[in-house]
Design a protein around this ligand. Structure first.
Ligand SMILES: [Zn+2]
Length: 387
């Protein structure tokens, strides 16, 4: 791989012919048409927050270095930004009056309103640019390394760069586009930042059953994203038809796995909704996130709910009662051992060898109070399982 260091280009050179696409949130071209600022594998522009973009202009005005910019030579006098897209887009947007900075008097100033002297200072800021030329794998490798500094690329952003092409472009248009009107609906179930590819990653994880890399490699040259899109929509439609309520705990659940495991079962949304509010208001349910799978699985696996256990004072009292009674009858203080036929039949277990169990399982309406508490030896407690 060959690299050339260029120090004779300025902000004015690079922003000549700057085009920003408001709709896609991308800085597109610069350097008089030679430079693609946001190749399809790059992340969306994330500096437009009135802070990071303003900070870039402040740095220029104060004469601080902007850091290295990396371009890849992709053709005769044609380049793509490998690293520096956010900074270039920031000063490009400023020069095209897309945002304002505050002057010394706290007044908002757009580029056009600045004194010529200040405009020139910005225009004439020199940039330090590495241009690299080489085979794709080496450049990709390099890209990984340089992105360790600064805001590290997320895994999906890296995968987008490795598998860039038509498929990734279409997938990003659908799942990484903040203008997509469905984002809000999807946000009820998916956690993350659309700009940082979290929604795309989720969609790919679902369709690929957690094998994103492999899926992207296989579909890299596809001309459409039909499968990705329809699988994603099936999962979303399924969630919203089974669970008519939207709860904050639904965000970020492993819906892909839940869909695969349970979507062939039928559910009555009204029953589901009633069960959901019943469990939400049950003080013994400690894990509200687990409610969804608990219901999907037919309300059997109470481990998912992490049911609150008996207090120690209750279990101590119960232990003393059972033990006293057992000693009188010369049987084991574990009622299940007592009816067995091995040596434990008459064994008196110590407190620490026993666990509390619900006589009537919690899932069958049994309360977590002393009347429904029974001490069992640990072997029998585990065997009984269902709380
Ligand atoms: Zn026992």
């Amino acid at each position: 791989m060959k690299t050339i260091l260029k120090t004779n280009l300025t902000v004015k050179d690079i922003t000549d012919g700057f085009v920003y696409n408001e709709y896609e949130g991308k800085g597109l071209f610069g350097w008089s048409g030679r430079l693609t600022i946001q190749p399809e594998y790059q992340r969306n522009y994330i500096y437009a927050d009135g802070k990071k973009d303003v900070a870039v202009i402040d740095s220029i005005l104060k004469g601080y270095p902007l850091g290295l910019l990396y371009f890849v030579k992709v053709g005769e006098d044609k380049y793509e930004v490998l690293d520096g897209q956010q900074r270039i887009t920031s000063f490009g947007r400023f020069i095209t009056n897309k945002f304002a900075i505050k002057d010394d008097n706290g007044m908002e100033q757009y580029f056009d309103g600045l004194d010529n002297e200040i405009q020139d200072k910005i225009y004439n800021t020199p940039l330090t640019i590495y241009i690299c030329e080489g085979e794709e794998p080496e450049i990709k490798k390099w890209f990984e390394i340089i992105n360790i500094a600064g805001v590290p690329l997320k895994n999906q952003e890296l995968l987008n760069s490795i598998y860039s092409g038509k498929f990734v472009t279409l997938a990003r248009e659908e799942f990484s586009n903040p203008q997509n009107a469905y984002i809000q609906k999807w946000s009820a179930y998916i956690r993350g930042d659309v700009n940082r590819q979290d929604f795309l990653e989720t969609a790919l994880r679902w369709v690929s059953k957690d094998n994103i890399d492999n899926y992207m490699s296989k579909h890299r040259t596809d001309e459409n994203i039909n499968e990705l899109k329809s699988y994603f929509n099936s999962v979303i439609d399924w969630i919203s038809s089974v669970f008519v309520d939207v709860k904050p705990e639904m965000r970020g659940l492993d819906w892909g796995r839940l869909y695969e495991t349970y979507h062939k079962n039928s559910y009555n949304p009204t029953d589901v909704s009633n069960k959901l509010s019943e469990l939400y208001s049950d003080p013994f349910v400690k894990d509200t996130k687990g409610i969804f799978e608990y219901i999907l699985g037919g309300c059997k696996d109470t481990k998912l709910l992490n049911i609150r256990l008996f207090d120690e004072n209750v279990t101590r009292v119960k232990y003393e009662m059972q033990t006293k009674n057992a000693k009188e009858k010369e049987i084991s203080n574990c009622p299940l051992c007592a009816i067995g036929d091995n040596n434990n039949k008459t064994r008196i277990w110590e407190f620490k060898e026993m666990d509390a169990d619900h006589v009537t399982a919690w899932s069958k309406g049994g309360a977590t109070d002393i009347d429904n508490c029974e001490m069992l030896c640990q072997t029998h407690n585990r065997a009984k399982g269902n709380r």
